[in-house]
Design a protein around this ligand. Sequence first.
Ligand code: ZN
Length: 329
Amino acid sequence: MIDIRPIALTALILSTALGACAGLDTRLPDIEAPDLAAETQFQETEALRKIESDAGIYLNAGWPVLTANAPLCPKTRAAIGVKTHSLKSYSKRLRSAAGRVLGADEYPRIFHIADGSPAAFAGFKRGDIILNDENEPAKLGSKNWNTLLADDTVTVRRGAENISLNVTPVMSCDYNLRLRNSTVINAFADGRNITMTTGMMDFVQSDSELALIIGHELAHNTMGHIRKTVGNYILSFGATRHTRPFESEADYVGLYYLVRAGYSPEGVESFWQRLSTIAPKGISRAKTHPTFPDRYLRIKAARDEILAKQKTGAALVPNFINKDSASDS
Ligand SMILES: [Zn+2]
């Protein structure tokens, strides 16, 4: 066998795999096709239930952050606190299962309703399709929401019925909460979305920690870091040397966003200590991001700054270098 070149070896493996496992030294137990189909269906169902659960947790944690901080966001829109989905929200492999398990189809249907949101009070239900003035399924881009919610009445299709619901929207920072299926623990902002990996959803231990990450990404969006980083990128051929300060600023501003949304900042900095136990490189490595000890200490210091402001009743806004740019309405 040693003189078989790699390409020939590959061909050999493929042919034996197809040929009733000749070449294996052991006899594998047989499995039945119906059992395989049933187990496949079971695993698809479990995977989709997990996505469903994560999406609900994410919306509930993010809704207060996006709405409480609307006065500090450059991009806002009217919102009622719903997350919609359709078959397109799922990877192609999971689409038929998403229809079966979650009731997704070609229309954007309400998937989750944030606790305490206008939609929750108005009686919106999962599966509702939001309709436009022509009683057709509405497009749900940010401009469309402002139009749809202009007169405090929204019509939904529920089953075969069209139902009018009275709802008073609130202003929300205009960034979509998106989940990405990935075991990598990460989150990112692109100026339009706040994307959380399912790995991060599994890693955070409380809604406060999740809000810490959401606040951080929201800050990247609101502070114009995306635009500034792209600017740097173009000028310096890929060397994003302003990334590290931006990360620290997003941690700092994001902590204010968390507190303004009603979350307790108590102990949230321990996120960085926990992360260090599974990603020890981050303890001393600071190529694009600050080190974990640096982030831990700065978040702790920012938390003390915020707690001091809460005690004196001072406005909960970050300390801007140019004082004219700080405003809380
Ligand atoms: Zn960041």
